[in-house]
Ligand binder design. Structure first.
Ligand code: UDP
Length: 341
């Protein structure tokens, strides 16, 4: 029988792509999602991609009773990948309690459930936001974790700390804390991708919505940074490459003795400026984007990208997709959203 993996937030952007990668690697993914920030029809798409309908439990991960009821059904489970969280930085500033309650609360529920059912392997969704306003442009896992610039960022730092403390205390858990850089792109099939609610905060969905005519124009937040073209530099990683790293991380955990805890940066190792990204989007999709250079957005780090050496060495992982691939896939997905939904 295939190994079962519980995927919280499995209908979300990174979660849904990871479900496909898990399935392709021979696992049986079990999705926990309350669809607060995802669409139920994504499950139909997963069925189309996998040829079988995934197992789904509509559960809020803050609900300990409901979560433990699900865990009780999969006591043969190989591990948990915990994506379920709120992720809008701006909203977290306006409503911090919501972020601590959901992001930290859900993790505590999951850790208790794992303990109760003796599940050992945890892959946790963290973020490069934990490096804050880093003194280094290329960050390694050894770069200092800075005090967070937003409540969202602080929930990720707090969750990482809780997992470390739990492992120290209980000695019966193995975990990877995966620090994502900027996930973009969509599945090459065009069947699943990112579905931002309302006006996108992130660059690539804003670009694709502008190209589609949903937004009038993109404003580049700042053209006077100390970078070669004056715009911010980030590390944009294709969501399928990111998703595949989760499968490798889980396999790695299974092979280790407990206790175990380690952190990995997941990026491409390459910095791309906002203007470079726009030009690549225009080139690969053969279109022109309406954009203007505007003021800086408060809280933006000037430039940051990943040193990915450790993830390469530990997981024997590297990215298959280029920036151009990711931007082609994002555009393909955007064009299809209305007719599909
Ligand atoms: N950005 C921009 N216009 C937008 C959205 C984002 O110029 O409408 C820039 C933003 O200033 C940053 C980069 O795009 O330099 C990536 O922003 P995003 O919010 O996607 O990710 P993060 O800030 O978390 O790295």
């Amino acid at each position: 029988m295939n190994k079962v993996v519980i995927v919280t937030g499995g209908a979300g952007y990174i979660g849904s792509h990871t479900v496909v990668e898990l399935f392709n690697a021979g696992f049986t993914p079990v999705l926990l999602d309350d669809f607060r920030n995802s669409q139920p029809w994504i499950i139909d798409r997963l069925e189309q991609l996998m040829g079988v309908r995934p197992l789904v439990h509509e559960v809020d991960c803050q609900d300990a009773i409901a979560v433990e009821e699900v865990f009780a059904r999969y006591t043969n489970c190989d591990g948990v990948i915990h994506f379920a969280a709120d992720k809008a930085v701006g909203e977290s500033v306006v409503n911090p309690v919501k972020y601590y309650q959901n992001n930290v609360g859900s993790l505590c529920v999951i850790l208790n459930a794992m303990k109760r059912f003796h599940l050992e392997n945890l892959v946790f969704s963290s973020s490069c936001t934990v490096y804050g306003e880093s003194d280094e442009i290329v960050v390694t896992e050894e770069s200092p974790v800075k005090s967070a610039v937003s409540p969202y960022g602080d929930t990720k730092i707090t969750c990482e700390r809780i997992i470390r403390y739990q492992i120290e205390a209980e000695q019966d858990l193995k975990a990877f804390l995966l620090r994502y850089f900027n996930p973009i792109g969509a599945h090459p099939s065009g069947l699943i991708g990112e579905l931002p609610q309302g006006v996108p905060n992130n660059l690539v969905p804003y670009i694709t919505q502008t190209a589609k005519g949903i937004r009038e124009k993109l404003t580049v937040f700042g053209g006077d940074y100390h970078t070669p073209d004056g715009t911010n530099i980030r590390d944009y990683i294709h969501v399928c490459d990111l998703a595949r790293a989760h499968v490798l991380a889980l396999n790695y955990l299974s092979s280790k003795e407990k206790p175990f805890c380690d952190v990995l940066n997941l990026g491409t190792g390459k910095g791309t400026s906002v203007l470079e990204l726009i030009t690549t989007f225009e080139d690969v999709n053969e279109l022109k984007l309406n954009y203007t250079i505007g003021d800086r957005r408060s809280g933006d780090v000037e430039q940051i990208y990943a040193n990915t050496q450790k993830a390469k060495e530990v997981l024997d992982w590297s990215c298959d997709f280029s920036l151009g691939d990711a931007l082609r896939h994002s555009w393909q997905w955007e064009k299809g959203i209305k007719e599909h939904s």
